[in-house]
Design a protein around this ligand. Sequence first.
Ligand SMILES: [Zn+2]
Length: 542
Amino acid sequence: MIFSQLPTVAALIAAVTALSAQPPAATPTRADILRGAYGPYRANNDLLFYHLDVRVDPEKKFLSGKVTIRFKMLQDATRIQLDLHAALHVDKIVLGDTTLKYERDSGAVFVDFPETLRAGRTYSIEFYYSGNPVETGRFGAITFKKDPAGHPWINTACEGTGASVWWPNKDQWRDEVESMEISVSIPHDLVDVSNGKFMGKTDLGDGYTRWDWLVQYPINNYDVSLNIGNYQHWADRLGDLPLDFYALPENLEKAKKQFAQAKGMLEAYQHYFGEYPFQKDGYKLIEAPYSGMEHQSAVTYGNHFANGYLERDWTGVGISPRFDFIIIHESGHEWFGNSITAADVSDMWIHEGFTTYLECLYVEYMWGRDDGLKYTNGYKSRVRNLQPIITPRGINKEPPQDQYFKGALFLNTLRSVVNDDARWWTLLHDFYQHFKYQNIMTEDVVRYFNQQTGMNLTPVFDQYLRHPALPALELKWDEAAGTVAYRWKADEPGFQMPIRVGTKDHWQILQPTVEWQTMKTPLKKVEFEVATDLYFVTVSKL
Ligand SMILES: [Zn+2]
């Protein structure tokens, strides 16, 4: 996903409030906990498979269908938790011939079984539902629009709101199905593009056609998508990888030109991380009525068929007009977000910090190290340092915008701490390969980086991710003695991090800790520089 373009009035007020006083965090509501916690009725089972089979009536803005949910029990139990937005009706839930009882509590649906489900066994239930979903959240979650020519144009983008806004599922991040079928029945003159491999379409004989898609990899709920419209399709390949593109007919020529950037993007990311994660499902890029979203193997695009972000030089340093921000950013999520997924919304920087850093890697791959650094540091102006990047767990609370820009600048800092590019590229590649298709937390990232580097990077990760303030390098001169004293000022008691200082042509690496140390320097206070392009820190010359 992408950050909001402009801060809302509420966010500005919150920022001002945070500067003047630190208000206690809002108490999570019962609904937040039901959505965000991995409670006992979620933890007692492991998802294996969904088949979402939905009929979409564009005129009535009405959905009806069923989801087959296959899961393995991890404990003996008689109840599981699923989720469905209160605006949608539960028609019935069945296990074979048995109609199951259920209890609704805000967005949660607790399903009760007449006999104990046994640990280790696999069960399959069918959840029938219908209704008019609400349009809510930043991109509307599910929207029933018309394209400029007046055809229905129906799209989903529900990461913040949750997929249960339009279909029943176990709506959390920790557990994913291993594969999924998506069947979408729509009026015969429209096209549906969903996730995975297109398996074919069937005329239902009543003016509707069913489009069948097969997802052959784990997928998180919010990535599951509908894109229904008067789409034109064209295809290409990158080696063995099928590339499929969809745009409205009026934008076809512009789209063909702009979407050609997908190949260079895929080559760049494959260079750093290895094969595109969803090879069997292919890569799709689909025009949508909002700016864009990383739906797995079916990335949506609404960036005006122009470079930059919504036709602006996004980081303001002259680099972003060279490429289409949405193609590069949203597709980067195929590696970080879709393949590697955070297990709780609290740790969403694993999606957004990494993917923003992937933009920087793309720039470096295309135009070299200097431009990569320039682009990366262009993000500094967007960092606020008001709240920690990692939010409290279990309450479905999305982290602040710093997860993007500060997240990327932190990873750029980590590269300088490792201080060996060959090693850094191996580390990044192996980190991705080690955790691909898994749901992980920050602790897993830190443990891996510590093990692979042999360094104790925990205080560095913690300072950047769990505290609002950047580490501050304090420098104090004694020009008569020709010395400078230095230390880190940081919230983490054991914080220490190497940093390059001196002059651009002759950096030397200091090893400051939180205790004062002194060194000789021929440089005067005004001449003494710190490599702040390589390390995201503040510097105070005392
Ligand atoms: Zn994103």
